[in-house]
Ligand binder design. Structure first.
Ligand code: FNR
Length: 397
């Protein structure tokens, strides 16, 4: 995992040495309402801050003299081998921040032999991302309607996706006050303020907004349902989000019945829900607080992880996201019971700043941290991070 030399670093990523550096850069590059939407947190921000501070409670207790010369951070998941233990979480509206953002994220992950999950609220038709990505994980928001669930499952399968992630922590949208303050609410109003913002952010205006309008026309919600969704400026947009509140276990059973690939439930934080998901036939779970964007004041995914791992046993894939920014944090999540981690916001910032090469660069930065930390902990491969009982020698509680 040697990190490529400086001359290979895309312009927008020069001087970025950690994923935490990306937020400030993206803030300068993006219009205020779009940056606010990505950075946004629910209400007081407690869930968001808690995601991150949870990692500080766990510390490594490293082994020395293990001989860790040929380190390998690859992991197996759902019958595939991924070159590193992390990928990109699904993020809606990515194509507003970066030109062809969903495809840049998918290809950046492809370049580094890992995965980017395509979001239900993305603006690029899933069929296009499956072909041009290529992408094989899709995230859906389902309505509480068996027929619509079935039709959507068929569409996702026809496009060739292998893994379906069903997100269940958005029965209603989170209360992100920053979006209200910035008037970034759907339908998006093309206000004079937005145009003014564009004028002061020419790299975004020409490189993303203008190029998108010229090549693809007005962005639409392309993947919320079967058929072409409404443009983001449509007045009757609420209808396409309808029905999510009614989505319940019985509808998940319908999805399971018709979906032949891997089924993963995202947004699970309790052992009882984890067990129920397995009863319904889910193949894996993503322990997530939606990046602190939904319920304010809730348990951090890292703290929920050991209980969920204990409940489902050693063989069920348990994945995690929310607040991971460092190699040490990826390793702590793995030590505490995760098989794989997802990172959200920093990758979208990287895509906005430098497109596909920006995304691959962000992967290199985080992988280099994982690699360096494995050496210092005394780990040659990630299979040694937990023992058969799920206990880790590397973390002190
Ligand atoms: C998200 N997230 C998300 N999750 C999901 O299942 N479907 C979606 O459409 C979206 N959309 C979305 C947009 C944006 C801008 C962000 C930042 C996040 C949540 C995402 O998948 C993931 O759970 C968090 O982003 C992880 O937290 P971090 O890494 O961003 O802190």
């Amino acid at each position: 995992t040697a990190i490529p030399a400086r001359q290979n670093v895309p312009r927008g990523m020069r001087g970025v040495v950690s994923l935490d550096d990306l937020e400030a850069r993206a803030r300068r590059h993006l219009p205020v309402p779009i940056f606010g939407y990505i950075a946004g947190q629910a209400e007081s921000g407690a869930a968001y801050t808690g995601n991150r501070s949870a990692f500080e409670k766990y510390l490594f207790s490293p082994n020395v003299l293990r001989g860790t010369k040929d380190r390998d951070q690859s992991v197996g998941l759902f019958g595939r081998r991924y070159s590193r233990p992390f990928g990109i979480a699904p993020m809606g509206l990515s194509a507003l921040a970066a030109y062809d953002g969903d495809i840049a994220l998918a290809n950046g992950a492809y370049d580094r032999d890992t995965v980017a999950i395509l979001s239900a609220t993305s603006l690029t038709p899933l069929e296009r991302v499956a072909k041009e990505g290529p992408s094989h994980w899709f995230q859906a928001y389902f309505p509480g309607d068996h027929d619509r669930v079935r039709a959507m499952v068929e569409r996702i399968a026809a496009a060739g996706f292998e893994t379906l992630v069903v997100t269940v922590d958005v029965p209603v949208n989170g209360n992100r006050e920053i979006d209200k303050r910035n008037r970034f609410v759907t339908p998006i109003e093309p206000t004079p303020k937005l145009f003014l913002q564009g004028a002061t952010r020419p790299a975004w205006s020409f490189g993303t907004a203008f190029k998108t309008l010229m090549r693809h026309g007005m962005p639409r919600f392309a993947n919320l349902d079967v058929g072409e969704g409404p443009p983001i400026v449509a007045r009757n947009i609420e209808r396409s989000f309808s029905g999510r509140e009614a989505f319940a276990w019985e509808h998940l059973e319908t999805a399971r019945k018709h979906w032949k690939g891997n089924l993963v439930l995202k947004g699970v934080l309790r052992p009882d829900d984890a067990i129920r998901a397995l009863d319904v036939g889910c193949d894996g779970l993503i322990v997530s607080s939606h990046g602190g964007r939904q319920l304010d004041s809730m348990i951090a995914p890292l703290d929920a992880l050991p209980g969920i791992r204990a409940a489902v046993g050693p063989n069920v894939p348990v994945l995690i996201d929310s607040g991971l920014r460092r190699g040490t944090e990826v390793l702590k999540a793995l030590a505490l019971g995760a098989d794989f981690a997802f990172v959200g916001r920093p990758f979208l910032y990287a895509a906005a700043l430098a497109g596909r090469p920006g995304v691959t660069r962000a992967f290199d930065i985080l992988s280099e941290e994982v690699d360096r930390n494995m050496a210092m902990i005394g780990l040659q491969s990630l299979s040694g991070i937990r023992d058969a009982n799920g206990n880790s020698h590397f973390v002190l509680h």
